[in-house]
Design a protein around this ligand. Structure first.
Ligand code: ATP
Length: 336
């Protein structure tokens, strides 16, 4: 189905400084209604500060942020009624049941009576929490709290849902359900979802577009496959390959390919850098020379790799080494 391209979140020159520190620097971002947008970056990149400005909870130093035509700073009540926020730690009352917690949120949002009860029932069902609804939330696992958190956010039927690190600490089984649930908020309800995360792998499975944040700056923004193509054009092609038999002749085949700049042996693979896609030629020549490829992968297609390349580029342009530690931290936290 063709999606209506209506910009719902718009920021222009959005900047936030804390004293000398620029947490967010001149952010220009447009997010379309119904899309799932991933705001990605390592700790301290400026994701939370951006979210706080969108929610009208902190004032920008310069620039503007708007949601559905409302100014996030000047119209906080309108923003609050339209935007649901799921923080990374959902604060439920542990002695109250899931249902009671949702009822509490509903009342805070001016809902009551049968309308509220019906909405609670349908939301509990939607997030797969009907059975546990009458147990105290203090007994819930993190995954259950996260699902109840989504129900909680949906009580007021928001147009936009902002989620801070929603996948943290969720086991693989719970992750699939959570991803599916988030995706359906966009595809079935047409809600706009903004996800802040440093967990690239999980996020790349559901986001329509991503923005890569480093040191308060948006260094790249787009569809994951577009970013991958840009990286490949700018940094050329990098291929991993291995063959049977694994002898010197295979390296000679690799070096004979047109447009190859470098062939390097790295662990079990050869890494081939070239200025165009050499996969077809490699397949043909390997076959001709009696080699069977046991491994062939074009690097640059997944978000982790895209992020690393962009990060290295931004770091290189800054002309210093400051980013190395950060990308390591970012990647190490990938599976936490
Ligand atoms: P995390 O995932 O760790 O929350 P983040 O990408 O959300 O990281 P922010 O929390 O937005 O990053 O922080 C951006 C920068 O601004 C960091 O250097 C942080 O130390 C700084 N910062 C954030 N809030 C404040 C504050 N209230 N006072 C001073 N500095 C702050």
């Amino acid at each position: 189905m063709e999606r209506m391209e209506r910009i719902i979140i718009h920021t222009e020159g959005l900047t936030k400084c804390y004293g000398e520190k620029t947490a967010v620097s001149e952010l220009n971002l447009d997010i379309v209604q119904g899309e799932i947008f991933g705001l990605l970056g390592p700790n301290g990149a400026g994701k939370t500060t951006t979210i706080l400005m969108l929610l009208g909870l902190t004032e920008p130093t310069a620039g503007t942020a708007g949601i559905n035509g409302m100014d996030c700073t000047r119209e906080p009540i309108g923003i609050k009624s339209m935007v649901g926020y799921l923080p990374d730690q959902m604060g439920f009352y542990p002695d109250m049941t899931g249902r009671e917690n949702l009822r509490f949120t509903g009342r805070l949002n001016g809902l009551s009576g049968p309308l509220l009860e019906e909405r609670i029932n349908s939301l509990l069902e939607r997030v797969g929490m009907s059975e546990a609804a009458d147990k105290k939330t203090g007994t819930y696992s993190r995954g259950m709290k996260q699902r109840l958190g989504i129900a909680d956010v949906l009580v007021k039927d928001p147009k936009v849902v902002i989620m801070d690190e929603p996948t943290l600490g969720i086991d693989p089984e719970g992750m699939r359900e959570l991803m599916d649930l988030i995706r359906r908020l966009s595809t079935e309800d047409g809600r706009t979802i903004l996800i802040s995360s440093h967990q690239l792998y999980q996020v790349q499975q559901i986001c329509d577009r991503v923005g890569l944040f480093v040191d308060g700056k948006l260094i790249a923004c787009g569809k994951i496959d577009e970013l991958a193509r840009q990286v490949q054009q700018e940094d050329n092609y990098v291929l991993e390959t291995a063959a049977i038999p694994d002898d010197g002749g295979f390296e000679a085949v690799l070096k004979s390919l047109g447009n190859v700049r470098q062939v390097e042996h790295q662990g079990e693979f050869y890494v081939v850098r070239s200025s165009c896609d050499v996969r077809r030629e490699l397949l043909r020549k390997s076959l001709d020379q009696g080699y069977t490829l046991s491994h062939l992968r074009q690097r640059g297609g997944d978000l982790d790799e895209i992020y690393r390349r962009y990060f290295e580029k931004a770091d290189g342009e800054a002309g210093e080494n400051r980013g190395k530690g950060k990308i390591t931290a970012f990647r190490n936290r990938k599976n936490d």
